[in-house]
Design a protein around this ligand. Structure first.
Ligand code: HEC
Ligand code: HEC
Ligand code: HEC
Ligand code: HEC
Ligand code: HEC
Length: 477
């Protein structure tokens, strides 16, 4: 084998053993672009493979490493693979310009060098495809994992992720509710995911993230993978704590909710889950984006009869075109996993569990003051909430404040934790930003059952949807 000298201006006739392909391959090494593309492909492919192997063995649990392995390295590798033929083309054009004989590329399988080249090319391609297949498969699982959703965009979805981690669904991954099974929604989700990544990069995402999530998949396709209306039955006792303004002794109220579902004795659907049983369809027309002001409700009952309930004095929100919506789980369970508390509940529970010692004078009022104070950031709250509580207490009663100091600090720690679970000033998420439709605590703001069960929507016979307390719950036996 001879080393051909093919620099411009040197021997312009290609060596007889060397084909045009040979020149291109060798020529690659002589252009900066060619070297760069080969090096880029090799290094990123190597790092990617090592990373995937490390990930398969569970060697890291850091979403940013995942972003490199499954997004950035593959991007570099593809860029390198695209650049290689471009570099070769540019090199060839340069030769032609300098007068190298223009020969069409010919692959001659009887030529051992051509055969070797072709085999090499096929082997490399197979390896590349395999690497991409593996990266794609692992990357698919990675981008579907809660820690990717929650952590990569951690400042964006921190409120949702934090609430999720202490919810009954903390072992259910984000995608099981937000995407669900099937290819169609998977593609939709990845497209909207790209849009979201763009919004994060350009810092143009909404704060707080608005609800209801308009494009959320119908809940029956997702929730019913694990819960189904057939299965619900009977009653469920739930306890609520309240206390009046001057009392530090929370009172418990117990109600027995008529969960319903299919009654195995009568085979009839009944109770609260009646709305989502298989022979029932409830649809409604809300006049605002938040779905808090409902003007019409249509119902199809199990016996086949239909009805429409109307409240005529509900004005549409400006710029919003009302759309009919089939009622599903989310119209009641809008907070199944991103569950936030209210300051009153935090304080009542604190008093009950003695994390806030009821013996400290004025602890209830001062707790409410620090919990609802508008700190600029979570960091500021971490630094100031406990000192603020101590200061309020000192002002109120200096003797008690020093006598109870350790208890006040304990109270401060409990309140700070509750604050950090519920408030993100940078995302504009404050107490009560995300309200629940379950029940009727926020009925006056248009949340919950009383949006329809208000005895103000009426049908042609003047009948209304009942607000009779015993329809939905009674006192536990
Ligand atoms: C049990 C089902 C479920 C799981 C699991 C779940 N979500 Fe949600 N998510 C919902 C529902 C329901 C809504 C509210 C939809 C509505 O009001 O329209 C929601 C709303 C959101 C919102 C909009 C803001 C808000 O709070 O309403 C974001 C962002 C979000 N989820 C992110 C996540 C992330 C990230 C994860 C995983 C760490 C996750 N979700 C896991 C059901 C779920
Ligand atoms: C992948 C399975 C899965 C999916 C999907 C799922 N859940 Fe759950 N859900 C669970 C599990 C597990 C629990 C916890 C059961 C327990 O702790 O007894 C639960 C508990 C609940 C509870 C009871 C909460 C409590 O306070 O005890 C409600 C309500 C609920 N889910 C509603 C929903 C809704 C609404 C959706 C759809 C947006 C949904 N779930 C989707 C698995 C799932
Ligand atoms: C009309 C409102 C409404 C609709 C629609 C609704 N639920 Fe419920 N669901 C409730 C209420 C109210 C409770 C009682 C629990 C509570 O208040 O915390 C409940 C309780 C539950 C529980 C816990 C009960 C138990 O036996 O442990 C699950 C799980 C649940 N719902 C899932 C669903 C799913 C899945 C859907 C959709 C197919 C759905 N719900 C539709 C109002 C509703
Ligand atoms: C979008 C409107 C709407 C909302 C919101 C709504 N309901 Fe209903 N509900 C209806 C309609 C319509 C009926 C049936 C009225 C009829 O048949 O005359 C009904 C019937 C019921 C029934 C009787 C079911 C039976 O056995 O026949 C119960 C119980 C009930 N609702 C509970 C609730 C609870 C609890 C909530 C809130 C968590 C709620 N509803 C929210 C529209 C609604
Ligand atoms: C359409 C169904 C429905 C009707 C009608 C209804 N409730 Fe409720 N109520 C609920 C549900 C659901 C909850 C549970 C909320 C939760 O899980 O957070 C609840 C919770 C409560 C609570 C405890 C939580 C709180 O807000 O303090 C009280 C008290 C209560 N209801 C009183 C009443 C009274 C009094 C009436 C009659 C005027 C009534 N309810 C009518 C569905 C209903």
């Amino acid at each position: 084998m001879t080393t051909g000298k093919n620099h411009q201006g040197e021997n312009p006739t290609p060596h007889r053993h060397r084909s045009a392909w040979g020149h291109i391959i060798r020529g690659l090494w002589r252009t900066p672009l060619g070297i760069m593309s080969v090096v880029l492909t090799t290094i990123s492919a190597t790092l990617m493979v090592l990373g995937i192997i490390a990930d398969l063995f569970g060697l890291f649990r850091n979403p940013y490493v995942g972003v490199w392995i499954y997004m950035i390295f593959p991007m570099f590798m593809v860029a390198g693979l695209i650049l290689i033929p471009i570099a070769a083309y540019l090199r060839r054009r340069q030769w032609h310009k300098s007068g190298v004989e223009k020969k069409p590329l010919k692959i001659d399988l009887s030529n051992p060098k051509h055969r070797l080249f072709l085999i090499g090319f096929i082997v490399l391609t197979v390896i590349n495809v395999a690497i991409f297949g593996l990266a794609g498969y692992e990357g698919y699982h990675f981008t579907d994992s809660p820690y990717f959703c929650g952590m990569v965009c951690h400042h964006v979805m921190a409120p949702e992720y934090t609430a999720y981690q202490r919810s009954p669904h903390s072992r259910v991954s984000c995608v099981e509710c937000h995407i669900g099974p099937g290819a169609e929604w998977f593609v939709k989700a990845k497209i909207s995911g790209l849009r979201q990544v763009y919004a994060v990069i350009t810092n143009s995402y909404a704060r707080p993230i608005p609800t209801p999530v308009e494009a959320l998949r119908p809940a029956r396709d997702t929730c019913e993978q694990c819960h189904w209306p057939e299965k619900f039955y009977g009653k469920m006792v739930k306890k609520f704590y309240t206390s009046d303004d001057n009392s530090t002794e929370p009172k418990a109220t117990e109600i027995s909710l008529h969960i319903g579902g299919r009654n195995p004795v009568t085979d009839q659907f009944e109770g609260i889950h009646w709305h989502v049983s298989k022979d029932v369809k409830v649809e409604y027309l809300a006049m605002d984006k938040k779905r808090t002001r409902i003007s019409k409700i249509r119902v199809k009952r199990p016996d086949g009869s239909t009805d429409e309930f109307i409240k005529s004095d509900v004005d549409p929100e400006k710029g919003y075109t009302p759309k009919w919506r089939v009622m599903d789980c989310i119209d009641c369970h809008n907070r199944p996993t991103h569950i936030y508390s209210m300051p009153e509940d935090v304080i009542n529970f604190g008093l009950l569990s003695k994390k806030l010692d009821p013996a400290i004078p004025g602890i209830k009022q001062d707790s409410l003051k620090v919990l609802t104070k508008r700190y600029k950031s979570r960091k500021q709250a971490q630094e100031q909430l406990i000192p603020d509580l101590l200061a309020l207490q000192k002002k109120r009663n200096p003797q008690a404040a020093s006598a109870y100091e350790p208890k006040i600090e304990q109270a401060g720690n409990y309140l700070l934790q509750a604050y950090l679970n519920n408030v993100w000033p940078a995302n504009n998420v404050f107490w009560g930003t995300y309200k629940s439709h379950l029940g009727h605590q926020w009925a006056d703001e248009g949340y919950g059952c009383w949006r329809c069960h208000d005895e103000e929507h009426s049908n042609s016979k003047g009948e209304t949807i009942s607000q009779d307390c015993s329809l939905c719950h009674d006192e536990p036996e």
